[in-house]
Write a protein that binds this ligand. Structure first.
Ligand SMILES: *Cc1c(COP(=O)(O)O)cnc(C)c1O
Length: 409
């Protein structure tokens, strides 16, 4: 048998201007290169506590239970749902895109009774629609997406927590795509559980899911905790509640691990903890308002540039996410060939779309470390060159000029 030695990992230096993952901040990558520590080493538990404190700032919350779920953002989503929702419990899912569908898919596996508020792709739910759905269905839990990257729309959430509390509903929000780029105002929204990821506006690699849990949600989750007597994870619960049907994603066990009890669960993914901690440190150092403004400026410039090239944006202007923009592919060009040329000739990745938008829309992001003037201008300049070659007619240079003008306005 011949042995094959592949080359060392040496990826091309691509500029990732899609809906995520995006390029990680160099400081995050350097933090990940640090060596391991034992899980109960005081330095390590100290880093864990600092990470909790940093993510309270990132999630704009005073929630004691603010920590990391190890895994990509989907692990945070699944941990939240599997820990909050019991089989047979009624869950209301606001579905306005692909990630809303994911919430109901996960909940179906739990055996929840699922009811939905379905919104056309490109729009968001109004507070009245949400209240009507709550009154009609009287769910135990409401789940929704903040920024659904599949449609590039951001669901307004002010007042939603108060509505849920009025009708005694627990609430969950997936803020994966907005955390670090738009205000994820956990306490102002008054929602119970919010989860995110690193590879979008936090400017880190995929593989860690920051999460925050209110005291009332934590009380519910702890009421489903396994009895402590005997071996943890044995088949018994405290009797009152259905057992959380996952061990790895059991938030009661994960919170016990992150608490002063330090009850052993999994091994905290050390390098990912370093990455998550550094990503949050960079955000807090920059200042949340500055960071949101940086994303908003990049978005304004990107939108102006695309429009100046004669392209039409997808979805409602009022609810556009400020970190990823959906744009219709002109009828005269082949969308995948344009993406191929962007990658091959310019080393720039832009995103395709899913479901009903596949082949119709590109999604162009400016997230985290990439929400920068030079990267927005480079992307627009490259897209202009490619579209010209593909025969799309527009005033040469108009896109970059409009973006520059937006930046100096
Ligand atoms: C990207 C994204 C996810 C996907 O998370 P993974 O890190 O791929 O598991 C989940 N929700 C939303 C809203 C996203 O934009």
């Amino acid at each position: 048998m011949t042995q094959t030695f592949y080359g060392q990992i040496n990826p091309p230096a691509r500029l990732l201007m899609g809906p995520g993952p995006v390029n990680a901040h160099p400081r995050v990558l350097r933090a990940m290169a640090a060596d391991m520590l034992g899980q109960f080493d005081p330095e390590m538990t100290g880093y864990m506590n600092q990470t909790m404190d940093l993510y309270r700032q990132v999630f704009m919350t005073a929630n004691r239970w603010t920590f990391l779920v190890d895994g990509t953002a989907r692990a945070g989503i699944e941990a939240a749902l599997v820990s909050l929702v019991e089989p047979g419990m009624k869950l209301l899912v606001v579905r306005a895109g692909r990630f809303g569908l994911l919430l109901s898919e996960i909940a179906a596996r739990i055996g929840a009774e699922i009811v939905t508020l379905d919104i056309p792709w490109g729009e968001v739910a109004t507070p009245e629609q949400i209240e009507d759905a709550i009154i009609t269905h009287r769910p135990h839990v409401l789940a929704c997406i903040h920024g659904d990257t599949s449609t590039t729309m951001a669901q307004p959430l002010d007042g939603v927590g108060a509505l849920c509390r009025k009708y005694d509903v627990l609430s969950y929000v997936d803020a994966t795509a907005t955390l670090g780029g738009m205000a994820v105002a956990t306490d102002r929204w008054g929602v119970d559980v919010v989860s995110g990821g690193l590879q979008k506006c936090m400017g880190g690699p995929p593989g860690s899911a920051p999460i925050t849990v209110s005291d009332r949600a934590a009380a519910h989750i702890f009421s489903r905790r396994h009895v402590e007597a005997g071996i943890r994870g044995s088949d018994t619960t405290d009797g009152a509640r259905a057992r959380i049907p996952s061990n790895y994603l059991d938030l009661a066990m994960i919170m016990d691990y992150w608490s002063e009890k330090r009850l052993n669960h999994h091994t905290e993914a050390t390098s990912m903890l370093y990455a998550a901690r550094e990503a949050a440190r960079i955000m807090v150092e920059e200042g949340l308002e500055n960071r949101f403004a940086r994303h908003a400026s990049a978005s304004r410039a990107m939108c102006a540039g695309l429009r100046a090239m004669g392209l039409e944006l997808f979805g409602s202007d009022a609810h556009r996410m400020t970190n990823v923009t959906g744009v219709y592919i002109p009828a005269s060009v082949d969308g995948e060939r344009v993406r191929g040329r962007m990658r091959e000739d310019f080393e720039i990745e832009i995103g395709t779309a899913f479901g009903p938008l596949q082949g119709k829309v590109w999604r162009i992001g400016a997230m985290g470390y990439n929400a920068e003037k030079s990267k927005v201008l480079l992307t627009l300049g490259a897209l202009e060159a490619v579209l010209r070659q593909e025969g799309h007619a527009f005033t040469a240079g108009a896109g970059v000029d409009a973006a520059l003008a937006a930046y100096s306005a």
